[in-house]
Design a protein around this ligand. Structure first.
Ligand SMILES: C[S@@+](CC[C@H](N)C(=O)[O-])C[C@H]1O[C@@H](n2cnc3c(N)ncnc32)[C@H](O)[C@@H]1O
Length: 326
């Protein structure tokens, strides 16, 4: 008898495209489903204030428990278990990093030719559509295009569909009404990305680990983005993937790599001669870990709080790097 098995963590909305399944094949959806809409405060982009309880717990953990947390996290990372189907993402994930892109990063790149952006590991498309919407608002008249991709064809299809449930759109800590208005058309089923934002982004399937394939497909671009994915690879593969990303970045270009093992990021970016953007360093870093659970050391993808006393802290905590021209 034919065996049909359907393993699922899907689907956030009945209106989303279903992944087809076939006989004799175990299908596993990679669509993350635990998004939950949060109330948001109009134009307040400073994030929701944590409850007193959470703020107090965080203060205790980030001071008294820190040595224990660092030790446990190092042990966990050494165990080496990683997954490639963790597809959590977010619209307007870290506004301070978006300001970094539309400010210091663009200043570094110069504003002459059309800006080509290569974005890997795009998940359901929230990240490239966010960057497209942000740039269109923050830098009117900027000519740019984002070539986005993901390992999983299902995620590429989700991104191309450009339709999202309220939970998918409104679970951001930083959502604003003006971002919603600029990015989406709303209907009875949820949100659809506006045609003018969709036109700024194209999608395809690609693996970070296929260096030759990536170079053949994308060539070099002035801005390369691969965020919250490198910490899902074992360290040796993450280092290889970062070298691939470097090879996709034009000399004189920039690379965004939030979400990577911090020791490894410091080590490999130094080897490659990448120079960190240090503007708003702490705020950008802390916003990018806003979804990290309080007990961050229990997750290999958890990241420590910003520590002033860390040697080499710019390279360790920076999420954006310059590839020098020379
Ligand atoms: C946690 S999500 C991050 C999404 C988005 N970049 C963000 O920051 O919100 C990680 C994504 O990386 C993708 N991924 C995992 N391994 C990959 C690989 N080897 N090459 C390309 N994408 C990969 C997963 O499919 C998933 O969509």
């Amino acid at each position: 008898m034919a065996c049909i098995s359907w393993q699922t963590r899907t689907l956030a909305s009945d209106n989303l495209p279903l992944i087809e399944f076939s006989e004799n094949r175990v299908m596993k959806s990679v669509d993350y489903t635990e998004y939950a809409a949060k109330p948001f405060g109009g134009e307040n982009v400073s994030g929701r204030s944590p409850t007193f309880r959470r703020a107090a717990a965080k203060a205790v953990i980030d001071t008294f428990l820190l040595p224990y947390a660092l030790l446990r996290h190092r042990q966990l990372r050494r165990q080496g278990q990683r997954v490639d189907d963790h597809t959590y993402t977010c619209f307007l994930r870290a506004p301070a990093q978006l300001s970094l892109i539309s400010g210091p990063v663009l200043d570094y790149l110069g504003r002459g030719e059309r800006l080509e952006i290569t974005l890997l590991a795009c998940s359901n498309g929230a990240e490239p559509y966010t960057i497209a919407s942000w740039l269109a608002q923050a830098v009117p008249g900027l000519d740019f295009h984002i070539r986005a991709s993901d390992l999983h064809p299902e995620m590429v299809a989700r991104a191309q569909a450009a339709r999202y449930s309220r939970d998918e759109v409104l679970h951001s800590e930083y959502m604003t009404q003006s971002f919603l208005d600029a990015t989406f058309e709303e209907d009875a089923d949820g949100y659809v990305v506006r045609p003018e934002i969709r036109a700024r982004v194209s999608f395809s399937q690609a693996s970070l680990l296929d260096g030759d394939g990536l170079r053949a497909e994308f060539g070099q671009a002035p801005l390369v983005v691969a965020q919250n994915v490198l910490f899902h690879l074992p360290p040796d593969l993450a280092a290889d993937a970062l070298r691939n990303l470097y090879s996709l970045t034009k000399p004189g270009g920039a690379l965004l790599i939030e979400g990577m093992d911090l020791d490894l990021r410091a080590e490999v970016t130094e080897q490659l001669g990448l120079v960190p953007f240090t503007e708003d360093l702490r705020r950008v870093y802390e916003e990018t870990r806003v979804h990290t659970p309080l007990r961050w050391w229990r997750y290999y993808w958890g990241t420590e709080p910003f520590m002033h006393l860390r040697p080499n802290r710019s390279r360790r905590y920076a999420t954006a790097f310059k590839r020098p021209a020379g």
